[in-house]
Design a protein around this ligand. Structure first.
Ligand code: ATP
Ligand code: MG
Length: 582
C-alpha cells in the first residue's frame, strides 16, 4: 500500500476529549474519529486492526465448533417483553418506533433474538448441543460513554450462545469457550487475567468468569493471589477471614481495659467524612465504624463497616436476598430523622448488619446519631450491637487469599470478555424447549459468551502505547512492515524500497510504503503513531542495498535496532521474530 493514497489523518496534538493514552493515540494516528458521543468511525488503519481481531476470534470460535450467524440489530420489543427484560434493562436500551408506531429496540445483546430463533428451529435433543455466534454491532445508551472505543454507545461485540439438553454439555462448552478465550487474548498479545465474577441475584444459574486486560485506567479491580492462581473481580472476591468474635462471649481483657472509660461524646461540627474526622481526632480510618443506610426491597437497613473498608453491595444484596438495593435517598433519611454524616449504630429502628471486621474491633469512633457529634471509645458489642454479622465488604490491602492464605494483590483491569452459564433463565421465560429421549418437552440449557471486539482495539492500544508511540503486536498490526524512503525524490531509494516490498510481500507480509513527498521528520512522527512492528528506513546506503531496521515485537518490546542491513538479513529477522506471531 502506498501511504500517499492512505486516508490516515494524523494529528500533532490529541483532541481535548481524549484523556487516556490509547484514546489519544487512536485519534492521533488517524485510526478512529468520533461521530457522536460514544459513537466512532474506524478509518482504514483502525479497520484493519479491528478486522484482524475479528479474524482471530472467528478462527478460535470455529475451532471449538461454534457456528457463525448474523442476528438483527433491529429487534421487536415484544421479544424483550417475552423475556421480561424490556423494563429491567432500563435506559441503556435504545428504543425506537417504526412508521406504524411498532416499538423496537436496537440490540444491546441478543439473548432474546437467539432464544426465539432456536426455539422455532430446533425441536429435538438430538440437535443439541449447539453453539452459535456472531460478530456484530451493539447499541447501549451508556450513562457515561468514555475512553473512546473502550466504552461506546455503538460498538462491536462477539456474542455466542450455547444450547444443550444437559448441564454436563453446558460445562463442556463453557470450558471449551474459556480455553478459546485464553487462546484469543494470548494471540492478540494482550496481558490479561481470567477472574471469577459474580452472577448477581438475577443473573441465572451460575458460574461466570470475566477476562480482564490489565491496565491502570481499567474501571474494574482485579483481586488475585500472589501465590496460587486465585483471581476474582472485586465484586466477587473473598478473603481469608479469622473467625469472628461471638458477641455473647464475655469481654476480653483488652475490652475490659477500654471499659474503664465510658464512651465519650465529642463535638465535631461540620465533620462528616472519614477524612475530616480522622484528621480532627488524629486517628486512622480503621479506628472508625461507619454506619451506612440502604433500602433493600423498600426496607431500611443499616450496615456497619470499618472506616477504611468499602461496602460490597453485591455481597450485601445476596446476604439480604433482596431484588433491589440502593443507598437510602437523603429525603428518606430526613423523613426518618436520621442525621446524615453523623449516623451512629445507636437506637436504629431497623435491621443492623455488621461486617466481620467491625465485630473484631476492641474500641471505635462512631457517629453519635446526633448532628455535629461523634462518640469515641465506643465498644462494639457493648456500646452498640447488631442483628447479623456477614462479609459485606470488598477485599482490601492486607487481606489474605481465601484459597491458600497468601497475600492478596490488586490490579486494575478492562473487561474484554465474559462467559456465563445462564441455565434456563431465557429458555424458561420464552418457552424454548426440545423433545427429550422420552418425547417429553425439556427446557434448553443456555450459556452466553461475549467479547468486546472494538473495546479490544482500545485495550491493546492502552497496553502498548507509550509517550505518543505505538507498537502494535504483530498479529493485529495494521501492516507488518513500514518502508520509509527518507527522500521519495531519490530514485535509488525508491527502487530499493520497491524491491524490498516485493520480496517481503512474497513472505505473506503486509507492507506500507511511505512514498509521500514529506520531510523525514514528518514521516518518522507518523510512523511512531502507526506503530507498525518492522520499520525499514531507506536512506544514504540505498546504493549499496543497505537500510536501517527497527523491529518491535511482543518478544522484543525493547526493540531490535540494526543499521546497515541487507535484504537477506531482514528476511532472517522477519522469519524469526514476525512470521511466527502472525
Ligand atoms: P461493562 O461492565 O464494561 O459495562 P458489561 O458487563 O455490560 O460490561 P457484557 O454485557 O458482558 O458487558 O458484554 C460483553 C462484552 O462486551 C464485555 O465483556 C465488554 O468487553 C464489551 N462491552 C460491554 N459494554 C461495552 C461498551 N459500552 N463499549 C464497548 N464494549 C463493551
Ligand atoms: Mg455494561
Amino acid at each position: 500500500m502506498k501511504q500517499s493514497q492512505l486516508l490516515a489523518p494524523t494529528l500533532r496534538e490529541a483532541p481535548a476529549e481524549a484523556e487516556i493514552s490509547s484514546h489519544k493515540l487512536l485519534l492521533r494516528s488517524g485510526m478512529i474519529r468520533q461521530t457522536a458521543s460514544g459513537v466512532y468511525s474506524f478509518l482504514p488503519l483502525g479497520r484493519r486492526v479491528l478486522l484482524k481481531i475479528e479474524r482471530i476470534i472467528r478462527e478460535e470460535m470455529d475451532r471449538i465448533g461454534a457456528q457463525e450467524t448474523l442476528l438483527p440489530s433491529l429487534q421487536p420489543l415484544e421479544l424483550w417483553d417475552e423475556s421480561g427484560r424490556s423494563d429491567d434493562y432500563g435506559p441503556e436500551l435504545m428504543r425506537l418506533q417504526d412508521r406504524h408506531e411498532r416499538p423496537f429496540a436496537l440490540g444491546p445483546t441478543h439473548e432474546e433474538v437467539i432464544t426465539s430463533l432456536v426455539r422455532d428451529n430446533v425441536q429435538s435433543y438430538r440437535q443439541l448441543p449447539v453453539t452459535l455466534y456472531q460478530i456484530s454491532t451493539k447499541y447501549r445508551d451508556e450513562r457515561r460513554p468514555r475512553f473512546g472505543v473502550l466504552r461506546g454507545r455503538e460498538f462491536t461485540m462477539k456474542d455466542a450462545y450455547s444450547f444443550s439438553s444437559t448441564y454436563e454439555d453446558l460445562d463442556t462448552t463453557y470450558t471449551a469457550m474459556g480455553e478459546a478465550y485464553s487462546r484469543i487474548f494470548t494471540r492478540l498479545g494482550l496481558r490479561f487475567k481470567q477472574v471469577e465474577a459474580d452472577a448477581g441475584t438475577i443473573g441465572g444459574s451460575g458460574e461466570t468468569h470475566e477476562y480482564m486486560a490489565l491496565a491502570d485506567i481499567g474501571e474494574d479491580t482485579i483481586v488475585f493471589c500472589s501465590h496460587c492462581d486465585y483471581a476474582a473481580n472485586l465484586e466477587k472476591a473473598g478473603y481469608g477471614m479469622a473467625p469472628s468474635r461471638d458477641i455473647s462471649m464475655a469481654l476480653d481483657t483488652a475490652q475490659e481495659q477500654h471499659r474503664t472509660t465510658a464512651k465519650v461524646k465529642v463535638h465535631t461540627p461540620g465533620m462528616k467524612t472519614i477524612r475530616e474526622i480522622t484528621q480532627f481526632l488524629k486517628i486512622e480510618a480503621q479506628d472508625v465504624v461507619k454506619t451506612l443506610l440502604y433500602v433493600a426491597d423498600g426496607r431500611p437497613i443499616a450496615v456497619l463497616i470499618r472506616g477504611d473498608h468499602e461496602v460490597n453491595e453485591i455481597k450485601l444484596q445476596k446476604v439480604l436476598g433482596a431484588q433491589t438495593l440502593e443507598l437510602m435517598p437523603e429525603e428518606m433519611s430526613r423523613e426518618l430523622n436520621l442525621p446524615v454524616g453523623y449516623l451512629g449504630p445507636y437506637d436504629l429502628s431497623m435491621t443492623v448488619i455488621a461486617d466481620h471486621a467491625v465485630t473484631k474491633m476492641t474500641t471505635s469512633v462512631t457517629g453519635a446519631g446526633e448532628q455535629d457529634y461523634h462518640y469515641v471509645r465506643s465498644i462494639p458489642g457493648l456500646d452498640f450491637t447488631w442483628d447479623e454479622v456477614h462479609d459485606v465488604r470488598n477485599a482490601a490491602d492486607g487481606d489474605t487469599c481465601p484459597s491458600c492464605g497468601a497475600a492478596l494483590s490488586f490490579e486494575r483491569g478492562i473487561e474484554v470478555g465474559h462467559i456465563f452459564k445462564l441455565g434456563t433463565k431465557y429458555s424458561d421465560a420464552m418457552g424454548a424447549s426440545v423433545l427429550d429421549q422420552q418425547g417429553q418437552p425439556q427446557v434448553m440449557i443456555m450459556g452466553c459468551y461475549g467479547i468486546g471486539v472494538s473495546r479490544l482495539v482500545g485495550a491493546v492500544a492502552e497496553q502498548y502505547a507509550e509517550d505518543g508511540m505505538m507498537h502494535w503486536p504483530c498479529a493485529i498490526a495494521p501492516y507488518h512492515v513500514h518502508i520509509i524512503p527518507v527522500s521519495s525524490k531519490d530514485a535509488v531509494q525508491m527502487k530499493l524500497a520497491e524491491e524490498m516490498e516485493t520480496a517481503l510481500s512474497k513472505l505473506g507480509l503486509e507492507i506500507l510504503v511511505d512514498d509521500r513527498n514529506e520531510r523525514p521528520g514528518v514521516k518518522f512522527k507518523d510512523a511512531d503513531l502507526f506503530g507498525i512492528p518492522l520499520r525499514i528506513i531507506v536512506g544514504r546506503e540505498a546504493a549499496d542495498g543497505r537500510v536501517e531496521c527497527k523491529l518491535y515485537t511482543e518478544t522484543k518490546p525493547e526493540g531490535i535496532l540494526a543499521s546497515s542491513c541487507s535484504l537477506a538479513e531482514i528476511m532472517d529477522l522477519v522469519k524469526q521474530h514476525v512470521i511466527p506471531y502472525l
